[in-house]
Structures are given as C-alpha cells and as structure tokens.
Design a protein around this ligand. Sequence first.
Ligand SMILES: [Zn+2]
Length: 123
Amino acid sequence: MTRLTLADCFDPTGERFGIPTYPWTYAPDGLATRRQLRARGLRPGGQDIAAQLLRPRRRRGPLTAYLYRIDRAKPVRAMTLAKRAALAKANTARRTCPECRRDAGYAIPTSLGMCTPCAYPEE
Ligand SMILES: [Zn+2]
C-alpha cells in the first residue's frame, strides 16, 4: 500500500473511501468515536458508521477510527434490577470465606482461598 498523505485522508464526500473520511484530529462537529460517546454516557445505538478518521503511518496501513453521529446516539442502558442483584450476589460470594462461611468484609484473596483468621489461626 502506498503511503497516504494527510491530504489523501481528506475525503468528506466519501468519493475515495466509500464513506466520509477526515484526517486524524480534523473530525467535524457532531461526530464522535465509540469511546467519546461512552464518555458522554452514550452508545452508537445501532446506527451505521457515519465517517472515519485516518492517520497515515509509516510502512503500515493507516490508523482508522470510526465515527458515529452524536444526535443519533442513544443513552447507555441503565443497569436493570436483575443485573444489580446478580452483581451484589457475586460480590457477597467473593467476600464469603469458604472455610468459616462468614462474610470477611473484603474479597477473599485467591492466594489464601480463605479469610485471614482461617489462614493464620495462631496470629
Ligand atoms: Zn474464614
């Protein structure tokens, strides 16, 4: 692959790449990467990729980032009650000593496999 220049990466109509393409850091307003959406509490929500960013790299294909439309993004799903309960149960299980069956108040270290009083009864 011939090396792209910064100018090659500027293709807002998608004529060259099939989808609107901009050089890295030149993303137009209203578009965001998946990670940037997540930082705003949003997710792509099933929309297609709206554009891509390309950053030319030496001797390799360009670095690509896909962009989504912020106005079509949806809020990250709130945790359901069932999921919350399952997580709480898993946390309790992690704190419960398999030896004395008590809630140690902390996650049982996998290196010991039991709570500290059970692992070191003399101390
Ligand atoms: Zn114990």
